[in-house]
Ligand binder design. Sequence first.
Ligand code: IMP
Ligand code: MG
Length: 178
Amino acid sequence: MQARPISVLLSARQIHARVETLAGEIAAALPPDPFIVSLLRGSFVFTADLIRALHGRGMRPQIDFLTLGSYGQGDRSSGTVTLHRALTDEVTGRDVLLVDDILESGRTLHFARELIVGLGAKSVRVCVLLEKPGKNGTNVKADFVGFQIPDKFVVGYGLDYANYYRELPFIGVVDQVE
Ligand code: IMP
Ligand code: MG
């Protein structure tokens, strides 16, 4: 795919500063040893930075990954969430922090939360780096939100367009993709 121009929405410096304060909010609200469930693929960069910021707040999280899919090749959601890879470890009785890149329709997080509740987690809290307001048709509320962003398709810092642009250190808007 041909590279397209990207306009910066959130700089690496802004993201770093917000991840640090988010870690403080999480450390104040959760026990020091939560079980983090990071939703792949979009949240791997955010999770990697967040857990190191949590370390700085004295936390000792354990980490597992859940791979879900709803978007197809581009920027349109198929509307159905599918499980591509399950958790490896037991979440029964654990205080879970679900981490995702972005909360849009809420379908992905709704699916993940139901799955984790069904596995017997003691509590489930939700942390997202980004939230697009007004599009959430589910009852999923994020307990911790990095940034509210406008209703634009964004990439970078783990978020993709057709699996490209995840490597960008900032979050940007792809020109001509709405
Ligand atoms: P939801 O299920 O509609 O809440 O969408 C959440 C999932 O869709 C996220 O985990 C992302 O992977 C993807 N997604 C939603 N909006 C964007 C975007 O603007 N850029 C890249 N991925 C997005
Ligand atoms: Mg995702």
